[in-house]
Design a protein around this ligand. Structure first.
Ligand code: C2E
Ligand code: MG
Ligand code: MG
Length: 352
């Protein structure tokens, strides 16, 4: 008497109208997972499939069919993240999570106007000279109730909410103003790395070369940090943007290098000025011979291609020294300083 339907691609739904007792849904879920898990004979071969299940209960979880499906889907996503063969109920904590995500993204929409966002700067040191001639701009959001929210949480929210373009442009113009201020007060032109996520390349009105031209600053004071994931798409639009950066004298850095797809062909196809060696290599450089070998290989490869390297997440003197020995003297990390507010960064510049 139950109904089974295919929603699309590999998603199916089972509607069970008359529950016998509280454990009935999970008995069904376990039966489905077990039955689907048995091997199939296909052209004389054993083939295995697996399933993940999300369970929503009416009327406990939702008042109508549409919301019930959403709740089940929410539980399904959790099951998927746990791996094959799991099932989960839609719970109130899941619902609160979804709801708080919506609340947070509403707060984020107002954050710019309420001046809750600020740009911090993390110095990038050239160990060979001891100078700070670069920095990375890192966005900070101080939520009035929650305190500092991690960019790892709010950047994806800004992308989903369609406001990453606006926020990213604000970071860019803020950085330009700060570079000008440092130039005026310390007579130093610092190059600032600004992160640009793939979604920012898709959103309209993110013409950074035009904003730069208005500021009167040279392109060399900006480096745009992109990730490998952007290049793998190989879209004409991205290519066009990168060409425009080059034409404006803006450098392009490949962030978190070594953690993504690491297809080397795009080092050929695109004009890349810097590889930022990911923190995961740096943190293991003295304990794991493979991390050290990979770092060495990245540095040598970059040198041969005329690309400069920056090591991310340097935390110890030992990591610093190993990196210098391998030929990477441009470094950033807590050993030197975390990202700090503009005034503090300005003081660091003046002190060196
Ligand atoms: P990212 O670009 O790879 O930035 C480096 C992250 O590593 C920063 O985290 C920084 O605070 C942290 N870090 C630096 N040195 C160390 C160290 O020695 N040890 C450890 N454990 N961590 C270190 P943060 O500020 O939380 O930013 C996280 C990510 O959020 C950034 O990764 C970047 O992808 C993104 N992000 C930050 N600001 C912006 C922005 O303005 N626009 C966009 N699109 N993304 C941003
Ligand atoms: Mg970065
Ligand atoms: Mg990085």
């Amino acid at each position: 008497g139950d109904t089974v339907a295919r929603l699309g691609s590999d998603e199916f739904v089972a509607i069970v109208p008359d529950l016998e007792d509280a454990t009935h849904p999970e008995r069904i879920a376990q039966d489905i997972i077990r039955e689907l898990g048995a091997p199939y004979q296909l052209d004389g071969m054993h083939v295995y499939v697996s399933a993940c299940i999300g369970i929503g209960l009416y009327p406990r979880d939702a008042p109508d069919a549409g919301t019930l499906m959403q709740q089940a889907d929410c539980a399904l996503q959790v099951s998927k993240s746990e791996g094959r063969g799991h099932f989960n109920y839609a719970t109130t904590t899941l619902q609160t999570e979804v709801r708080s995500k919506i609340a947070l993204s509403n707060d984020l929409r107002r954050a710019l106007a309420r001046q809750e966002l600020s740009v911090y700067y993390q110095p990038i040191i050239d160990v060979a000279t001891g100078r700070i001639d670069k920095a990375e701009a890192l966005l900070r959001w101080k939520h009035p109730q929650l305190g500092f929210v991690s960019p790892a949480i709010f950047i994806p929210l800004a992308e989903d909410a369609g406001i990453i373009g606006e926020i990213g442009n604000w970071v860019f113009t803020q950085a330009l103003a700060d570079i000008k201020r440092w130039q005026a007060t310390t007579n130093r032109l610092v190059q600032v790395g600004i992160n640009k996520s793939p979604a920012q390349f898709e959103s309209p009105g993110c013409d950074w070369p035009a904003l730069l031209a208005q500021s009167g600053l040279p392109g060399s004071c900006i480096s745009v940090e992109i990730t490998e994931g952007l290049l793998i798409r190989n879209s004409a639009r991205v290519k066009q943007h990168l060409l425009e950066f080059s034409a404006a004298g803006i450098d392009v850095s490949l962030d978190d290098f070594g953690t993504g797809y690491s297809s080397l062909s795009y080092l050929n196809q695109f004009h890349i000025d810097y590889l930022k060696i990911d923190r995961s290599f740096v943190s293991a450089i003295n304990s794991d011979p493979n991390s050290r070998a990979l770092t060495e290989a990245i540095v040598v490869m970059a040198q041969k291609l005329g690309i400069r390297t920056i090591a991310e997440g340097v935390e110890t003197v030992e990591q610093r020294d190993t990196l210098v020995a391998l030929g990477c003297s441009c470094q950033q990390g807590f050993l030197y300083a975390p990202a700090v507010p503009e005034q503090e960064f300005r003081a660091m510049l003046a002190a060196r």
